[in-house]
Design a protein around this ligand. Structure first.
Ligand SMILES: Cc1cc2nc3c(=O)[nH]c(=O)nc-3n(C[C@H](O)[C@H](O)[C@H](O)COP(=O)(O)O)c2cc1C
Length: 350
């Protein structure tokens, strides 16, 4: 399962991918995820609307400086002409792969009949994939599609859309095993994924509620999918990618790294984060990432409350140094203690 996966002209090093998450999987996060084992990352979605392209948020999302290939940009939209134009625009600016979002349930997206709402209109969904594929052809760039199992429980039409997308030239499909109606509630199911896998011959990626190496293996076995994509479980825990890669390779369950190991990754993450957003925005947006990292530490909740009041990058880094670099601040009885003998061999995750 850890043999490389071919996506167009790109050979992906493994089959454990990072899911796109708006406001989370920005370039600093993606860089770290790759470093710690993710075989493939997709950017946060960007609009296909040219009139919104110059907004700071969209242009930041389209910034791929220093990012390793292949760079996959996710676009969202409802108009084939705009999708084609956005495909060309992003490929001309450094993207190598275009992913079309038909999975996002957010109102902002669905009210405009985009994201997972598109799954209700199979003909339009197919035309959007076709428009992107045609526009991407001169660039020799694969087009992929990320969708849900269906619109609602009664209409799990992902297999039909999968067939249409494959016929239109899609190179890979990601399926989140929930319906649009479910939002993020309930549990992901993988039977629809298995049906998608049986319906097409292009690679199919399983997504939804994968939060451990064992779950990844179980989902792959249940669905027959070619790869897994992990979102929320890796927030503040980017080493999960390497753990899953290793488990799928040889059954080894790597322990979670101690803070003495992950603090360096977090500091590097924050350096990158402040550099991308600038201090004023960066200090605010760093809070959620740090909150996820420290959530399971002794005193993590109190630390987080204090951290959220800090107004400068220097103060944030200082507080983290005091928490993570002074051994007495972490209980040695805690399995995550820096005194723990457990070690996370980074090389194994690379
Ligand atoms: C905060 C957040 C933002 C998300 N943004 C996107 C997005 O921009 N594009 C997309 O296709 N899916 C998005 N998703 C959905 C995830 O990619 C993924 O499909 C979903 O979280 C299920 O996977 P998980 O259980 O591993 O988190 C988002 C999810 C979350 C929680």
């Amino acid at each position: 399962m850890n043999t490389p996966l071919q996506l167009g002209r790109f050979t992906l090093p493994n089959r454990v991918f990072a899911a796109p998450m708006a406001g989370v999987t920005d370039r600093p996060y993606r860089r770290l995820a790759r470093q710690l084992g993710a075989g493939y990352c997709v950017s946060e979605m960007v609009t296909s609307r040219a009139d919104l392209r110059d907004s700071l948020k969209t242009s930041r999302r389209a910034n791929h400086d220093g990012e390793a290939a292949p760079i996959a940009v996710q676009i969202v939209g409802t108009d084939p002409g705009q999708i084609a134009e956005a495909t060309r625009y992003n490929l001309e600016r450094g993207a190598h792969i275009i992913d079309i979002n038909m999975g996002c349930p957010a109102k902002k997206v669905c009210n405009r009949w985009a994201g997972s709402a598109l799954m209700q209109d199979e003909d339009l969904a197919a035309r959007l994939v076709d428009a992107a594929v045609q526009a991407a052809r001169p660039f020799d760039a694969p087009v992929t599609l990320k969708m849900r199992a269906g619109w609602c429980a009664a209409e799990r039409n992902a297999p039909r859309i999968a067939r249409l997308a494959e016929a239109a030239g899609a190179a890979m499909l990601v399926v989140h095993g929930r319906t649009r109606e479910q939002g993020y509630g309930g549990e992901a199911e993988y039977a629809t994924l298995a049906a998608v896998k049986r319906s097409v011959s292009i690679p199919v990626v399983a997504n939804g509620d994968i939060d451990s190496p064992q779950k990844a293996a179980a989902v792959l076995a249940a669905s027959g999918a070619d790869a897994v994509m992990i979102g929320r479980a890796a927030m503040g825990r980017p080493w999960l990618f390497g753990q899953v890669v290793r488990y799928l390779a040889d059954g080894t369950l790597l322990p979670d790294p101690a803070p003495a190991q992950w603090r360096d990754w977090l500091f590097a993450h924050l350096d990158d984060h402040y550099a991308l957003y600038g201090e004023s925005v960066g200090v605010r947006t760093a809070r959620k990432h740090v909150g996820w990292y420290v959530a399971n530490l002794p005193g993590g909740t109190a630390f987080r409350q204090h951290f959220n009041t800090l107004q400068t990058a220097a103060d944030q880094l200082d507080a983290l140094r005091r928490l993570l670099c002074e051994p007495q601040s972490l209980s040695s009885a805690d399995p995550l203690s820096p005194l723990s003998p457990l070690a996370f061999p980074l090389a194994a995750a690379a």
